[in-house]
Design a protein around this ligand. Structure first.
Ligand code: NDP
Length: 448
């Protein structure tokens, strides 16, 4: 008789958990996965995927406008939020089903219940059933952080943004990171008056300063208002349903909706970690080693719950590496160097490697090349919006250590260029490549 009910019990059916379950099962393990909400997790259900679809939807506002300059007789168009919302939610349903089917076709048992840790090899399900497993993987992700100011319950987070009954006329977004800037662009294109407030005086801390300054400039030009050094004091609900927000350093503002985009916190509350000696850090993230193993030898954790890099493709790699190492006899570790990332703002930005300031701190002697240009399409459209590409090189070796860009299709272009950066290529290698003309990407090999 086997000693445990399963070889692997996974808690959390998001990107990391699904990949780990599927691969472990393919390596021959008996696997069950518990999910308390919907299989697919943040990325598929209420993150990257529906957000990107909203970004596409929002872009039509500019495309329809610009089309007239390209000779199209475009009548005045209306936007019906409920059509886009329902179509996006329909796509989410389709993906949720596809993810569940993939798990089942790999003989992974899907248990739609909340699960908590009862011991090093024991999990308790919400129904009261206790199951045992040789290994447990925690992949419970993260959840939006909401500041604890008076009236915070009147605000929403990105979770609710996908289900709104209507696009608010005026929205205040708190935070100036990924989610805030992406949704600022989306709501602005849909016609809302957007005000973004942040506790500090920067947007997108961690991105290259020239690129984020350009986003700030273009966003302001598009009508998004920014207020910095503004800490939440409180939200009051008025009789007409509007919300008045008080903040430090600025006048109060009355809006129809407040959205918090002030970071995400690991989902470790009431998970029973203490029952197995699994330690967590000050932010609530599970402490793991390079193999994603927690302080309990039979329990591992991957993805946002470990707060290493809150990115879907990273969680997927962590899940894959865990399954290959523990069940596939193929020890694998995730390489966190030169991970590309993007912000799907309007226009989008993307980057890989070190920012200019980070490179100056770590390397010292660097060479910086830029290309500051107006995309051909924007010129004909009369859109005064400049793209900016920036390449940072080690001055001694010429090796490209960072590449950052903002402009149309920046994420699509950067993904390909990231291969070159990851491969350790030099500025010379870029320069030796003949430009593909006319394209925006050709600026990559023409930087001065
Ligand atoms: P970010 O970490 O990007 O930004 C958080 C913002 O909220 C910052 O502006 C920060 O201010 C502010 N903030 C943080 N804590 C508080 C607080 N206690 N009170 C008030 N303001 C606060 O978080 P997001 O919520 O935008 O996104 C979470 C994560 O999800 C991202 O880090 C990213 O990894 C991932 N994500 C990735 C996407 C992508 O790949 N395109 C898209 C969306 C999310 P300050 O400037 O002072 O730091």
């Amino acid at each position: 008789m086997p000693q445990y009910d399963y070889d692997l019990f996974v808690i959390g059916g998001g990107s990391g958990g699904v990949r780990a379950s599927r691969v472990a099962a393919a390596h021959g393990a008996t696997v069950a996965i518990a999910e308390e909400y919907r299989v697919g997790g943040t990325c598929v259900i209420r993150g990257c995927v529906p957000k990107k679809l909203l970004v596409y939807g929002a872009h039509f506002a500019e495309d329809l406008h610009d089309a007239r300059r390209f000779g199209w007789n475009v009548p005045d168009c209306d936007f019906d939020w409920s059509v886009l919302r329902d179509n996006v939610l329909g796509e989410v349903d389709r993906l949720n089903k596809a993810y569940t089917e993939t798990l089942e076709s790999h003989d992974v048992e899907v248990i739609l219940e909340r699960a908590t840790i009862a011991g090093p090899h024991e999990v308790t399900l919400a129904s009261g059933r206790t199951v045992t497993a040789k290994f447990i993987l925690i992949a419970t992700g993260a959840t939006p952080h909401v500041p604890s100011c008076p009236g915070h319950e009147h605000g929403i987070t990105s979770n609710e943004a996908f289900h709104l009954d209507a696009i608010p006329k005026r929205i205040l977004i708190a935070g100036a990171g990924y989610i805030a800037n992406e949704f600022a662009g989306i709501f602005n294109e849909f016609g809302a008056k957007v005000t973004l407030i942040n506790r500090s005086d920067v947007i997108l801390r961690g991105y290259d300063h020239s690129i984020r300054d350009r986003l700030l400039q273009i966003s302001t030009m598009k009508g998004i208002e920014f207020r910095f050094n503004a800490d939440f004091r409180g939200i009051t609900k008025n009789e007409d349903g509007s919300l008045t927000v008080e903040m430090t350093g600025h006048d109060p503002i009355t809006v129809d909706c407040v959205m918090f985009a002030t970071g995400r916190v690991p989902n470790t509350g009431d998970l029973g970690l203490e029952n197995a000696g699994v330690e967590w850090d000050a932010k609530g993230a599970i402490v793991v080693d390079d193999d994603s193993r927690s302080t309990c030898p039979s329990i591992y954790a991957v993805g946002d719950v470990t707060n290493r890099m809150q990115l879907t493709p990273v969680a997927i790699r962590e899940g894959q590496a865990f399954a290959d190492t523990v069940f596939g006899n193929k020890p694998t570790r995730v390489d966190y160097e030169n991970v590309p990332s993007a912000v799907f703002s309007h226009p989008p930005m993307a980057g890989v490697g070190m920012t200019e300031s980070r490179a100056r701190e770590t390397i010292g002697s660097i060479a910086v090349y830029t290309s500051d240009f107006r995309a051909m399409k924007n010129v004909l459209a009369g859109r005064n919006e400049r793209a900016l590409y920036k390449m940072i090189c080690d001055a001694e070796t010429g090796r490209v250590v960072g590449l950052h860009m903002i402009g149309p299709d920046a994420p699509e272009i950067l993904q390909a260029a990231a291969v070159a950066v990851k491969a350790g290529l030099t500025k010379d290698a870029f320069d030796q490549t003949v430009a593909l003309h006319p394209s925006m990407a050709e600026e990559l090999v023409l930087m001065k």
